[in-house]
Design a protein around this ligand. Structure first.
Ligand code: AKG
Length: 374
């Protein structure tokens, strides 16, 4: 068994464990903890034996259950690598068929070996597409989802295998971030894992958060994230400085950035300088998940910024004190939850909380510790 990274990508350790090393999530996380506590995030490419147990495409029943409720429209202002993201909820719900249709309104630019933007064969003409969008959620039948399975994934997915294309898109994102208003189906309760998946099932991970007295959405219950091109997550730490794990079930990749823990204080001070008003009003202003600065700007100010592309059927894990941010390269579906190892109890007890958001998550760490110990 080897718990060493296979290699590093953009200074992020990438693990490719064999099935024996991988299958015990808790042991694996304890063994690789020292790496993540340095780099902020790690990537895990699961072994084929595990991937084969996860339905791909998901069953029609599973696809039918996905409800993308009140997605957010992201109003992004700023320039020169410093941006504020304001998330405005849209009072609408989508199923995954409608979400894929919506993705045609958020096209990627052409350029540097681009896949042409013409629609692939499985996509219906515009008129029909309008019909799909206005159709009432309840009027979709299981048969519709059965048919959708033939074309469920992101069109032109192969473009993301072209390194130069991805680099072009990343640089285009930072240049044009404030030109459009991306949509993001973030924080919808749910899971795409079948109960038959016993290992690394994000909706039922072994974690000391099992000892919490109640269910906390997104913390010990998994959330789904339905992405579109440019849908972004601003710089933040997890609630109560927990760990998080994120799996892309299908679709376009996510771009991730992380700050090595050694530079986290430098990073926080830099962010305070960029957003003086907000930081004066709330010392925990980064928990508002509204502030984006580019990796280039960070690096030119002496703050190291790791970067990695997260593809479908891969995991990213984020660590306490590891600030992270990123965006989606297109239509995709990811699942994420928080978790904790016993060594987190001391971290959680000291974690600061933002008091200006009413629904900010607070965990009674003392109670959790005593539940866990007895
Ligand atoms: C996490 O999973 O911890 C994240 O911050 C990513 C959220 C997202 O995918 O939008």
């Amino acid at each position: 068994m080897s718990y060493e990274p296979d290699h590093y990508e953009g200074s992020v350790p990438v693990f490719k464990p064999d099935y024996e090393t991988f299958r015990d999530f808790y042991k694996f996380m304890c063994e690789v903890n020292k790496y993540g506590m340095k780099s902020g995030i790690i990537k895990i490419v699961p072994p084929e034996q595990w991937v084969d147990k996860v339905a791909f495409p998901p069953s029609a029943e599973t696809l039918q259950k996905i409800k993308i409720k009140t997605p957010i429209q992201q109003h992004i202002s700023g320039s020169k690598g410093v941006f504020v993201v304001q998330n405005v909820e849209k009072p609408k719900s989508y199923n995954v068929i409608q979400w894929k249709h919506l993705s045609h309104d958020y096209k990627l630019p052409e350029g540097r070996h681009s896949a042409k933007n013409e629609d692939s064969s499985g996509i219906e003409p515009h008129q029909q597409s309008n019909k799909v969008r206005s159709k009432c959620l309840d009027s979709f039948t299981l048969d519709d989802f059965e048919k959708f399975r033939e074309n469920f994934n992101c069109d032109h997915l192969e473009q993301f295998d072209d390194e130069q294309r991805v680099e072009f898109l990343e640089s285009y994102y930072w240049k044009t971030l404030n030109f459009t208003e991306p949509m993001y189906g973030a924080d919808s309760l749910g899971s795409l894992f079948e109960d038959s998946v016993k290992e690394w099932n994000i909706s039922s991970l072994p974690s000391i958060l099992e000892y919490l007295d109640e269910k906390v959405p997104g913390v010990n219950e998994s959330y789904l994230y339905a992405g579109l091109w440019k849908a972004s997550f601003a710089w933040h730490l997890e609630d109560q400085d927990l760990y998080s794990i994120n799996y892309i079930h299908f679709g376009a990749p996510k771009q991730w950035y992380s700050i090595p823990q050694e530079d986290s204080e430098k990073f926080y001070n830099f962010m305070k300088e960029q957003f003086p008003e907000e930081s004066k009003n709330c010392s925990e202003f980064l928990r508002h998940k509204m502030f984006l600065v580019s990796p280039k700007l960070l690096q030119s100010n002496g703050i190291r910024c790791n970067h990695i592309v997260h593809r479908q059927q891969e995991f990213i894990v984020t660590y306490p004190f590891g600030y992270h941010a990123g965006f989606n390269y297109g239509y995709n579906l990811a699942e994420s939850v928080n978790f904790a190892l016993p060594s987190w109890l001391d971290i959680g007890a000291k974690a600061k909380k933002c008091l200006c958001i009413d629904d900010a998550v607070g965990i009674n760490v003392q109670k959790l510790r005593s539940n866990y110990m007895h």
